[in-house]
Ligand binder design. Structure first.
Ligand code: ADP
Ligand code: AMP
Length: 210
């Protein structure tokens, strides 16, 4: 199963990717998590990406395409994967098509803009493994500590209201068009994102027929 999760920032892609990954036994490839890790480790890629991310802008396509093609070549991707946060532009989607990789399904998690800000201001992420929590909708078992790896939970630098607004604009300008791209390929499935986390997962599994 090769799956793409589309949706606005805060739609719940990371949350659902973790849950589906566990159910289907395939890895999640989150470009956001890979970039944050690169920044933490001070790599060349991290240095290139940081200014874009801090401003809520997209990291250039060539950087993203390079990261993802390297990751997809790894052994654990042989049996399928979930792409979370990539593609975000038509050139990225086209680059993915050009590799000859057959994507089975593209799930777009639909959510109104008005719901996004409270989601983002309540988001906490693990600085170790990238798992995503929410202070009220999806709290960790122990406050400030990741359920998965025990790492410390932090607020993302780009989750400030101003940067969130900017990221949302970028989503509407550059990423939303991907729905049309995958609709034409007959791969798009729309899922209601404004419902409890478990219900979103259930609808995705039903849409995937698993
Ligand atoms: P994305 O990866 O699309 O940016 P996340 O999965 O990180 O989004 O979710 C954004 C925030 O919203 C997180 O704090 C997460 O816990 C919370 N969240 C995700 N799905 C839901 C939901 N269905 N209902 C309420 N809160 C949710
Ligand atoms: P995310 O964790 O998916 O919310 O991504 C956080 C930030 O990383 C985005 O606002 C972008 O700056 C950058 N990013 C992640 N994935 C991509 C991508 N596919 N294309 C361009 N920029 C990306």
């Amino acid at each position: 199963m090769r799956l793409i999760l589309l949706g606005a920032p805060g739609a719940g892609k990371g949350t659902q990717a973790e849950r589906i990954s566990e159910k289907l036994g395939i890895p999640t490839i989150s470009t956001g998590n890979i970039l944050r890790e690169a920044i933490k480790n001070g790599t060349q890629t991290g240095l290139k990406a940081k200014a874009f991310m801090d401003q809520g802008l997209l990291v250039p396509d060539d950087v993203i395409i390079g990261i993802v093609s390297e990751r997809l070549d790894q052994e654990d991707c042989r049996g399928g994967y979930i792409l979370d946060g990539m593609p975000r532009t038509i050139p990225q989607a086209q680059a993915l098509e050009d590799t000859g990789i057959r994507i089975d399904s593209v799930i777009s998690i639909e959510i109104d803009d008005a719901i996004i800000e409270p989601r983002m201001t309540g988001r906490r992420v693990c600085s170790g493994c990238g798992s995503s929590y929410h202070i009220s909708a999806n709290p960790p078992k122990n406050e400030g500590v990741c359920d998965v790896c025990g790492g410390p939970l932090v607020i993302r630098r780009d989750d400030t209201p101003e940067t969130v607004r900017h990221r949302l604009e970028v989503f509407h300008q550059e990423t939303e068009a991907l729905k049309g791209f995958y609709q034409k390929l007959g791969k798009l499935r729309l899922i209601e994102g404004n419902q409890p986390i478990e219900d979103v997962t259930r609808d995705i599994m039903t849409a995937l027929g698993v």
